[in-house]
Design a protein around this ligand. Structure first.
Ligand code: HCA
Ligand code: CU
Length: 408
């Protein structure tokens, strides 16, 4: 059989696409700290930073040292860990904040300022001339220290396009490493993201970072569209935690990008660590991992309907785009319910080391369905039923089958 091309990989004509060449800026320790339930102490921040570093994210973004004394000390402590990931801190476009940040030992600064009319009017109250002048001063200063610098506009999708492109062009000429686009309010859709990033790609020569909030469920799709249009860096947080309902989740982005380029993602990140990292963060912020979470949700690899179960048992790729073993997870075929099918039951019979003919398996499957119509059956119940059936099969009744359930 000839090797098939991955139909989900980017097409040759997608010359802008960076889906197979991008970096993650992991912001659990910045955006994630803005999640309602997040109150990380120093030890917890260090534990999370180390875990994410081992996982392989390229950058860690930390809360501004200007936020509080403790934030500044924590930032310094994480810088001293000697991690492989580059350490960034996130600061307002202000000289005082930039100076504080430079003194912590970070590798770079993510600078941000609101550019939408809403923020210009109701938040900082400054016009674009002021923003440009401020940006120039702050960027020049950070550049003079030799640190990495990114300049981002907050609420980019509700900012005037001409204003945006002008300010990005200005900071690009000053030599920033990256410009950033932020969907602060989660209003953007993938098409709008693609168009804005593609336009920006034609205007600046530096890298492009993107940050997407998930208010309308587009955060992963938007990140993907941004990469297709040439963005180079994506912000994530573990389980997506952040302001309101958060941003692009690390695990969800990994799932999406794995489908496009399994080898690339598996070569970069220790995917089997995802579950532990999510549990660590979930526990720290006192939440449960959602049942339908990407990869690690409790039913992410559970197959139920008889038709699915049969095909999965023949070849998992029929109904699985992600291989559970690549993420240290296992597949589960659920059989104790009315939608079950005899192929799945036969598989369980074999796992239990019982010997039954196909006719017998079909018969016991019918009995499972009868019971399951009354109430769902746990795997323990089903196993007991199968064992009892197997035992009784040695002494069948008149129709040749053991009877476990009254069939009227
Ligand atoms: C916020 C700021 C930010 C910044 C994103 C960025 C946003 O509102 O707290 O620096 O790119 O969503 O705009 O998180
Ligand atoms: Cu944000």
């Amino acid at each position: 059989m000839t090797e098939q091309r991955n139909p989900y990989a980017s097409a040759v004509s997608d010359y802008l696409s960076r889906v197979d060449n991008f970096a993650i800026i992991e912001s659990t320790l910045r955006e994630g700290e803005q999640f309602a339930n997040a109150f990380f102490d120093t030890a917890k921040k260090i534990e999370i930073a180390k875990a994410l570093d081992e996982f392989g994210v390229e950058y860690l973004e930390l809360t501004s040292p200007a936020a509080s004394e403790q934030s500044r000390d924590d930032c310094k402590a994480i810088c001293q860990l000697g991690l492989k990931a580059k350490i960034l801190t996130h600061v307002r476009c202000h000289m005082d904040d930039a100076r504080l940040a430079v003194d912590t030992g970070v590798d770079g600064l993510d600078v941000v300022i609101g550019t939408s009319s809403f923020l210009r009017k109701f938040s900082h109250g400054k016009d674009m001339d002021y923003i440009t002048q401020q940006a120039t001063e702050v960027v020049n200063y950070i550049k003079s220290t030799g640190l990495e610098v990114r300049f981002s506009s907050e609420d980019s999708f509700r900012s005037d396009l001409v204003d945006l492109l002008n300010i990005y062009r200005t900071v690009d000429k000053l030599g920033v490493n990256r410009v950033g686009i932020a969907d602060t309010v989660g209003c953007a859709n993938p098409r709008q993201v693609y168009e804005l990033v593609r336009t920006l790609r034609g205007v600046v020569s530096c890298d492009i970072e993107c940050h997407f909030h998930n208010d309308t469920g587009c955060a992963i799709a938007n990140a993907y569209a941004a990469l297709e249009a040439g963005a180079t860096h994506i912000d994530t947080s573990v389980l997506g935690i952040g302001e309101r309902n958060g941003i692009t989740p690390l695990g969800g982005l990994c799932a999406r990008m794995y489908v496009v380029g399994r080898e690339y993602i598996m070569g970069k990140y220790k995917l089997e660590m995802l579950r532990d990292i999510e549990n660590l963060v979930a526990e720290a912020v006192d939440i449960q991992v959602p049942f339908n979470n990407y990869i690690t949700g409790y039913c992410a690899f559970t197959h139920k309907a008889g038709i699915h179960a049969k095909a999965i048992l023949n070849n998992p790729s029929t109904y699985e785009i992600l291989k559970p073993e690549d993420f240290g997870m296992t597949r589960y075929v659920s059989i104790g319910h009315r939608l079950t099918g005899w192929n799945a039951v036969k598989n369980r019979v074999q796992q239990l080391g019982l010997e039954l003919s196909d006719e017998q398996v079909k018969h016991v499957t019918a009995q499972i369905k009868l019971l399951a119509d009354i109430r769902p059956q746990s795997l323990e119940n089903v196993d007991t039923l199968l064992r009892t059936f197997h035992e009784k099969a040695k002494h069948p009744n008149s129709d040749g089958f053991p009877q476990l359930v009254e069939t009227q």
